[in-house]
Design a binder for this molecule. Structure first.
Ligand code: FE2
Length: 376
């Protein structure tokens, strides 16, 4: 396992040909956007922001935009069959289609990435309305997933042209979710390194951490992972591939049910994980649980922490430490019927890593669920 230092990251940022200001939004293609929007508002504390559909001149799809602090989700569903959105939902079930990245110049981002071998998904397109303009462009990444580059410096509307403000009388209070910490992709057998190369060459990312199958294996199954980060560290994309084990890797189960490569989890930051997870559990969100014995030894491993252990243990929140600090994290069960996409809730207290010390306990918990589905 290798790490690169903050100074190296800063040096790298100076030569960044794809400066990113962070995640702009995450777009999900879903079977029923109206119900999905209600679910994410109710269960996770998002507020209504914008809407596009027949009433705004869009004929073939409906999109609801919801927001919580710096976290923006777009939930899109097809209105008819025989189109790319309907095909996506049929093939993958509900899942992430777009990881949209905020840039200062979307045309430049498209030129730089396509010149370096990125496959174009959308040529730079200027969308205008009374509130200004948004420039969009995009490239393909793993599976049917795409990256859009969003330039909105000349726009002051609620979301982007084509959308109207969505005012709702129903706006459940926030659960404290703040922003996207990282988004993990599951790719096929032996595909991790080709996608690492893609993020290095096409998008100028750096491999900041690597985990091999010895780091991430249980008695039964294994996976390998490399964490890719952009120059300023605002955007982090770990890439997983399955590894050989006695039984089926959790990544393989994902690939089977998603019908290919795609986003495995979106990790969302909070400033108070105990309050956030208490609230989420009260609203019906289900999380993976590790055995109670985890908490008997965890402080020997991670040392002193600010929080009381009792609420962490009661909620099932995991703890890990690296050279720079510690982190608290918990993983939801899948968000739809297929065992594919889930969320991680994370609070960083200095640590910049991803919870390596929890992998074994966590993956054993995951395998119990996988086994219950008959897929281990
Ligand atoms: Fe994660």
């Amino acid at each position: 396992m290798g790490t690169i230092t903050t100074t190296e990251l800063q040096k790298h940022a100076a030569a960044d040909f794809l400066p990113l200001q962070g995640t702009d939004y995450v777009e999900f293609y879903v079977g029923n956007a109206k119900q999905a929007a209600h679910f994410y508002k109710t269960a996770f504390g998002f507020q209504s922001l914008a809407y596009a559909g027949p009433e705004t001149g869009v004929k073939d799809k409906v999109s609801y935009v919801i927001r919580q602090h710096k976290l923006t989700f777009v939930l899109t569903t097809p209105l008819r069959g025989n189109n790319s959105i309907a095909d996506h939902v049929y093939k993958h079930g509900d899942g992430v289609k777009v990881l949209a990245l905020k840039v200062d110049d979307a045309a430049y981002a498209w030129e730089q990435t396509t010149q370096r071998g990125g496959k174009s998904y959308m040529q730079p397109d200027v969308l205008k309305d009374d509130n200004g303009e948004v420039v969009l462009s995009g490239i393909h990444t793993y599976g049917d997933t795409v990256h859009l580059f969003v330039e909105r410096k000349n726009y002051n509307g609620v979301f982007m042209p084509g959308f109207k403000e969505w005012k709702s009388h129903y706006n459940p209070v926030s659960t404290g979710l703040q922003y996207v910490d990282h988004c993990v992709g599951n790719v096929g057998w032996n595909q991790m390194n080709p996608w690492v190369k893609f993020y290095e060459e096409v998008m100028g990312f750096k491999n900041i951490l690597s985990f091999d199958d010895k780091d991430i294996s249980t008695e039964y199954s294994a996976l390998m992972s490399k964490v890719m980060s952009n120059g300023n560290g605002y955007v982090k994309f770990p890439i997983n591939e399955p590894a050989e084990g006695k039984k089926k890797s959790q990544v393989e189960e994902y690939l089977d049910f998603y019908n290919g490569e795609g986003v495995q989890h979106v990790a969302i930051a909070t400033n108070n994980i105990i309050d956030t997870v208490t609230d989420l559990q009260n609203r019906g969100v289900e999380f993976l649980k590790v055995p109670g014995s985890y908490y008997e030894t965890v402080l020997d491993r991670v040392g002193k922490i600010d929080e009381d252990l009792a609420p962490l243990s009661q909620l099932g929140i995991l703890i890990d430490r690296d050279e720079e600090g510690y982190l608290l994290q918990i993983f939801s069960k899948p968000l739809q019927d297929r065992p594919t996409l889930f969320f991680e809730i994370i609070q960083r207290k200095g640590a910049k890593s991803f919870g390596k010390g929890n992998f074994k306990a966590l993956f054993e918990a995951l395998e119990r669920e996988q086994d219950a589905r008959g897929n281990l």
